[in-house]
Design a protein around this ligand. Structure first.
Ligand SMILES: *Cc1c(COP(=O)(O)O)cnc(C)c1O
Length: 375
């Protein structure tokens, strides 16, 4: 069977699959109560544990069926105790999402908010922690996908470590590509997914949680289906408590094999950086600039750009889609003013070359030239 020309996904997950990962979806049907599933499950757990080798001694991957948000909610619901208090660092959609999770769970939450184009102010975090000693957890987003900013997690992590406050990280759009330091940042857990930087299929997400926290906290979860402690306990027998997305698990196993063969996280970071720079430079030469204050505040995974004058986001999106590229709109307040390009998944330099040439054509065809001469 031959395939149509591929539609390349340049949105921040799900990603364009490799043929090998897609083929894994079509493997034999498997009952999750049979020993063959236990072998698959344990293999995926072992591979996830060594994505960041230093985490393997202290943290355990807990697999869930759901999207990245399920993993974040499992982390928040299972590790922030009912009598705990959370300081949530917010500069975008995903920080706000953790605030609403805590509110839904009726937990004490103190949001520390900045504008969505602003960076975290680490001194403000220190002040908030010193002013409120009852804070048990700091929650933050590693890569805030709203804008593409890589947040100052290393600095905040060190602040948490110095004060012995647990740090919970939404690493959904960074796990597998960006650097993560589990011990140095005092990470009690991070939440992630199989279908962003790991190049799997949507449907499986996971939390890497400190074993000690799971042991000490016990099953104090404020949710039943997403109780991490229960998944962790029952996974020891190789079986999850509920029906997992078995075929998606096959695909994740294959994606992790590919990931390891290619050179793991350091390789993926380099590959993403190269593609992001290629696109950034190409667009800059057409007069399209990055949205945030400077190119170096971005993650390797996604960059936000200003929609050029004289072109609407809808036109840009539709013309690119006709040419086989799916880009991503701005969320919330940024809708229509920015567009986002992620370079995760099975895409390469030649694809980016073609993307740039199509964008060039769209600009040339736009009624008023986007090249600013009168500004
Ligand atoms: C993608 C993403 C999520 C989860 O989104 P889902 O649609 O549930 O997969 C959470 N946090 C961040 C930072 C993300 O980029």
């Amino acid at each position: 069977m031959t395939h149509e020309p591929r539609q390349l996904l340049l949105n921040p997950g799900p990603v364009t699959l490799t043929p090998r990962v897609r083929a894994a979806l079509a493997r034999e049907d498997l009952c999750h109560r049979e020993p063959e599933y236990a072998v698959l499950h344990q293999d995926v757990v072992a591979r996830l544990a060594r994505v960041y080798p230093q985490a393997a001694r202290t943290h355990v991957p807990i697999l869930l069926t759901g999207s990245g948000t399920a993993a974040v909610e499992a982390m928040v619901g299972s590790l922030v105790p009912a009598n705990g208090k959370a300081l949530v660092l917010c500069n975008g959609v995903y920080g706000e999402r953790m605030v609403s999770m805590l509110e839904t769970q009726h937990k004490a939450v103190e949001p520390l908010r900045w504008g969505w184009t602003e960076r975290w102010d680490v001194t403000a975090v220190e002040k908030a922690l010193d002013a409120n000693r009852s804070i048990t957890h700091v929650l933050g987003v590693h890569h805030e996908t709203t804008t593409g900013r890589l947040n100052a997690v290393a600095q905040v992590g060190r602040v948490c470590r110095a004060r012995n406050v647990a740090f919970l990280l939404d690493a959904v759009s960074s796990f597998g590509a960006e650097d993560i330091q589990f011990d140095e940042w005092n990470l009690e857990a991070c939440a992630a997914t199989g279908n962003k930087c790991l190049h799997g299929v949507p449907g499986i997400a996971f939390v890497l949680a400190r074993r000690k926290a799971l042991e000490e906290r016990g099953s104090g979860a404020t949710c039943m289906y997403l109780d991490l402690h229960r998944y962790w306990k029952e996974a020891a027998s190789g079986q999850p408590p509920f029906t997992p997305a078995v075929h998606v698990m096959f695909a994740l196993q294959e994606a992790l094999k590919e990931f390891e063969e290619e050179g793991g996280q350091p390789h993926r970071l380099k590959q993403y950086q190269a593609l992001a720079h290629q696109v950034m430079q190409g667009l800059a030469s057409m007069g399209i600039t990055v949205f945030l204050e400077s190119p170096d505040v971005y993650s390797s995974v996604l960059v936000s750009y200003r929609v050029p004058e004289g072109v609407s986001y809808a036109t840009l999106h539709d013309r690119l889609k006709d040419a086989g590229f799916v880009i991503y709109a701005g969320q919330g307040q940024f809708h229509g003013t920015i567009f986002r390009i992620s370079t995760m998944g099975d895409v390469g330099s030649a694809d980016m070359e073609r993307l740039l040439s199509v964008i060039g054509d769209v600009l040339k065809a736009s009624p008023s030239p986007s090249f600013p001469t009168t500004r």
